[in-house]
Design a protein around this ligand. Structure first.
Ligand code: HEM
Length: 492
């Protein structure tokens, strides 16, 4: 009776206010945190902390306010961010099985569909990861074949540098060289640096990495059903991915035409054979779509990361010429000018090895790693993280952890050298992440970085261009990359 009277007395405006209050109460109730959940910025109703930028610099600032484990909420999806070597190690290594899954990120799910390697889970992920690791091993990773193919690419790279007269931005050339290593492994061929169709694919890929890191693009994750129909950078991202996957599908079709199972040429051929073997095991997901997405994983994850690291390397060499000089002195002493660098040289070149490691540490190429999901209820540090919560481990906070590094904010190769000038490993060196989800291309990437870096410095003196002062501050994409810069090279 009383309720009836209240309802009768409400006008339209009051109804609206009442509905809004009820919705807000529902939102608060639905998204309430369990006890001992990590603290974080106060979320807005429905939207959560969507206006908080999701880059590592913002995460660093929030760490200072809320501590090394804090939470955010994108829409109604909760996310926990973990910082500092000790806690990141606890999450990735001690709780390895706890954080081995990937969350569903709508922005990527549209293309990657939860299959392949990088964004898949469970049995399908385990089978694909195992298969790919074994392919990389058998097709030369850690072996002579891949070393030879990188050395061959070093010749093309140095030739392309030699052609440049005057200042130039090395990005496209480096990207072409690096991408050719993955192309050889996956597609069985390298591409000429002037191949327009392939260059277009590389540009689309670079643009994807740039777009994926932007907050405007990530808005798609808050309300995918709505943003699906709205214009914006997410649409460019999807269109780019479509063109890249069309290219890969075309390559797969060509492979099928002249496929000889007894003579596999590359990853695609080996995968086609695996598809036959796994016909009775559809859960393993070995099918053409799985192949397209896995190729995309390898091209994506294996090109931008290494190219960006090498760009950081060149940038540091022109900013710190005295360090470049010491690397060159070691190259001249150990390798000389009469032969190409090879992997066996690395043990005799601790200073160069330290410079490459410091480049990876200071460059901080994948600052937030890839997100994980708590596969079960877990206690991390002093906080409770319920099953199903997305967890981001900040690799940046590890690579710059003041408790681990003597001079975290200085480019200092001494971090990786002992008193006798010998190379020393550091526990907090985690640019490839750690645990079961760690980068599966680590060994390949380390070979590429050593051979490309030493080959370039063996052949060229590299310097800043007159009147230009490139910045050490990077641009935040999905990776953290140097702002475009130009170099001048003189053959030695
Ligand atoms: C300097 C170069 C590279 C860096 C810094 C790097 C870094 C990373 C990082 C931080 C992750 C995320 C790991 C995690 O979730 O905990 C990752 C994953 C991955 N990387 Fe790399 N990477 C590099 C090169 C490569 C190369 C050359 C390949 C392959 C050819 C590759 C293939 C992958 C794949 C497939 C994954 C997903 C692994 C999974 O989800 O199981 N990466 N990488």
């Amino acid at each position: 009776m009383i309720l009836h009277l209240i309802f009768d007395s409400l006008d339209f405006k009051s109804w609206m206010v009442l509905i809004l209050v009820l919705l807000i109460l529902y939102d608060v109730f639905k998204n309430r945190n369990p006890s001992n959940f990590p603290p974080g910025p106060w979320p807005l109703p429905f939207l959560g902390t969507v206006f908080t930028e999701m880059d590592f610099k913002t995460m660093d600032k929030l760490t200072k306010v809320y501590g090394k484990i804090f939470s955010l909420r994108v829409g109604s999806e909760k996310m926990v961010v973990v910082s500092g070597y000790k806690l990141v190690k606890e999450a990735l290594i001690d709780h390895n099985d706890g954080f081995v899954e990937r969350p569903n990120v709508p922005l990527f799910n549209k293309t990657f569909k939860g299959i392949g390697i990088a964004l898949s889970n469970g049995y399908l992920w385990r089978m694909h990861r195992k298969f790919t690791v074994s392919h990389l091993r058998n097709f030369g990773e850690g072996k002579k074949a891949i070393e030879l193919s990188i050395q061959q690419e070093c010749v093309f790279l140095c030739d392309a540098f030699r052609v440049e007269k005057g200042p130039f931005n090395p990005q496209v050339i480096l990207n072409s060289a690096i991408s050719n290593i993955v192309a050889c492994l996956v597609l069985g061929q390298r591409f000429d640096y002037h191949d327009e169709r392939y260059q277009n694919i590389l540009c689309l890929d670079t643009e994807c990495v740039q777009l994926a890191g932007q907050t405007r693009t990530q808005l798609y994750n808050v309300w995918p059903q709505l943003f699906e129909y709205l214009p914006g950078p997410h649409q460019t991202l999807f269109a780019n991915y479509k063109k890249i996957t069309d290219f890969l599908r075309g390559e797969i079709i060509k492979h099928r035409e002249d496929w000889d199972p007894s003579n596999p040429r590359d990853y695609i051929d080996t995968y086609l054979t695996e598809m036959q073997k796994k016909k009775s095991d559809p859960e393993a997901g070995f099918n053409i779509e799985g192949l397209v997405v896995t190729c995309l994983d390898l091209v994506e994850a294996g090109t931008e990361t290494s190219t960006t690291t090498l760009r950081w390397g060149l940038l540091y060499m022109i900013k710190f010429p005295e360090i470049q000089e010491k690397v060159r002195e070691e190259i001249d002493r150990v390798i000389g000018q009469s032969r190409q660098p090879c992997l066996a040289d690395r043990v005799d070149m601790p200073y160069t090895d330290a410079v490459i490691h410091e480049t990876q540490r200071f460059g901080n190429t994948v600052p937030l790693g890839f997100p994980k999901l708590a596969a079960k209820d877990t206690t991390l540090g002093e906080y409770f993280i319920p099953k199903g919560t997305a967890v981001t481990t900040s690799l940046s906070s590890v690579l710059y952890d003041p408790d681990e590094w003597e001079t975290p904010h200085t480019f200092n190769p001494q971090h990786f050298l002992d008193d006798k000038g010998q190379f020393r490993k550091r526990d907090a060196f985690l640019p490839f992440s750690a645990g079961k989800r760690a980068c599966l291309g680590e060994q390949l990437a380390r070979m590429e970085l050593f051979l490309f870096f030493t080959s370039l410095l063996q052949q060229f003196s590299i310097s800043k261009c007159p009147g230009e002062e490139p910045s050490l501050d990077g641009e935040i994409w999905f990776t953290y990359a140097p702002a475009p810069f130009r170099i001048c090279v003189s053959p030695r």
